[in-house]
Ligand binder design. Sequence first.
Ligand code: TYD
Length: 207
Amino acid sequence: MAGLFVTLEGGDGAGKTTQSARLSAWLTDAGRTVVETREPGGTDLGVELRNIVLHRRGDISPRAEALLYAADRAHHIAEKVRPALARGEVVIQDRYLDSSVAYQGAGRVLDPGEVRGISLWAAEGLLPDVSILLDLPPEVGRERLGERTQYDRLEAAGDDFHARVRQAFLDIAEREPDRFLVVDATLPADEIARLIRARVESVLGTA
Ligand code: TYD
């Protein structure tokens, strides 16, 4: 069986974790071996990099930040994702290079095309078979994160930043309609899961 690489993208609080678990359960029931993973932090090295990039006190310059995500990505793809795909497994990944383009690009200092370029270099050109964008107004995402006592560096950024991230994701998805499914993340979780399954099923059918 051929491997399948699925990524979930979107703002914080969009429900990626829930939908990843539901898609994983459905594919496992269908007899597939599934690896659920995430960036940043999908490997041991990645956990260390995640701590630096999300929780370090003090500034990280924009290019250094982009390169830290790219370093996490390079190691994760080489050590975990490519081997799983080569074994014919399904990889469901919470965030990938589109997050770098949207978040690091939204800082307005870096060129989104260049950010995409370093990510692709890091991942040796690997693009997902399917990417799901869970689209949500940032204020709704913030409300959903409300009970948290501590925010990471990006969650703590202002509303303008998160509005630019949202628009960047929508622009990316529009440019690659064959790869992307955009889902309204305010829909009930069951309905979102159904839409995602339908898309993954159609890709598996034509694989
Ligand atoms: P995530 O793991 O989804 O957060 P949480 O586990 O707290 O829900 O993502 C952590 C943050 O990292 C998120 O705010 C987006 C950011 N991020 C980037 O800025 N660039 C990237 O390339 C990636 C993968 C994540």
